[in-house]
Ligand binder design. Structure first.
Ligand code: PEP
Ligand code: MN
Length: 264
């Protein structure tokens, strides 16, 4: 179902009237790694909206590597995201980690994210296949393209065709960057599949200074959008501060993306 042989034309996924997968302007999803409080998410939502972002991201259920770190505000975080949407009009993207919370997260989210660590949580994928809300499926950090597309297939096979794929870097021998951004998958997936493809240069690099260059490279490679972590005070962020852009850094990136769009 995900193959281009089966469906030659590009799939366009609509999130609250925003089209993702069209040949036109790529979309920008921006926001903090995690919702940390009302002021933090509202401030960030207003700043990224002003800079020109299309959607607001923010984790409420966080898949942290260790259990002793901030695990997210859960339902309270979802409520704050809804408040930020009300304040700015930006649709919200947030992660869902388990099949039993799909209903809850879907009540608030406009686009449900499956994180890299859950790419092969097959029961979660099946549950997401049974709703009609769009899904942003991140590539597992050690997943091949075949496995990535097979994970998307699970969602489509249950009846939900609204899936966006997202490259977020993979594990390699290199340790200087958090992950290795596999940019060639963007044109490759576009050859193999009709689904939209986005890139997350924040998790792919783990390093603030590399985010803008890799975001631009992703768009030139044909990505339908980028996911950018932005925080009011990255040094104080409860997760992923080192890779989060400041408001000013995000303004500069948006200005560069606008100039780049003229050539895409
Ligand atoms: C995130 O988007 O904050 C996240 C946890 O991403 P990933 O699943 O790609 O690591
Ligand atoms: Mn993060």
């Amino acid at each position: 179902l995900v193959s281009r042989d089966f469906h030659p034309r590009n799939t366009i996924v609509k999130v609250c009237g925003i089209s993702i997968g069209e040949g036109k302007r790529p979309v920008v999803v921006a926001g903090p790694c995690a919702v940390e409080g009302e002021e933090q998410i509202l401030k960030t939502a207003r700043a990224v909206k002003k800079a020109g972002a299309d959607l607001l991201r923010g984790g409420a259920f966080k898949p942290r590597t260790g259990p002793h770190t901030f695990q997210g505000m859960r339902e309270e975080g979802l409520k704050l995201l809804a408040k930020a949407r009300e304040a700015t009009g930006l649709p919200i993207v947030t992660e869902v980690m388990s099949p039993d919370t799909v209903g809850l997260v879907a009540e608030y989210a406009d686009l449900l994210q499956v994180g890299a660590r859950n790419m092969q949580n097959f029961e979660l994928l099946k549950e997401l296949g049974r709703i009609q809300k769009p899904v942003l499926l991140k590539r597992g950090m050690s997943a091949t393209i075949e496995e990535f597309l097979a994970a998307a297939e699970y969602i489509l096979a249950e009846g939900n065709p609204h899936v966006i794929l997202c490259e977020r870097g993979i594990r390699t021998f290199e340790t200087a960057t958090r992950n290795t951004l596999d940019l060639a998958v963007v044109p490759l997936i576009r050859e193999m599949s009709h689904l939209p493809v986005m890139v997350d240069p924040s998790h792919a690099t783990g390093k603030r200074s590399l985010v803008a260059p890799m975001a631009k490279a992703a768009l030139v490679a044909g990505a339908h959008g980028v996911l950018i972590e932005v925080h009011p005070e990255p040094d104080k962020a409860l997760s992923d501060g080192p890779q989060s852009l400041t408001f000013h850094g995000f303004d500069l990136l948006m200005e560069e993306i606008r100039r780049l769009n003229a050539f895409l």
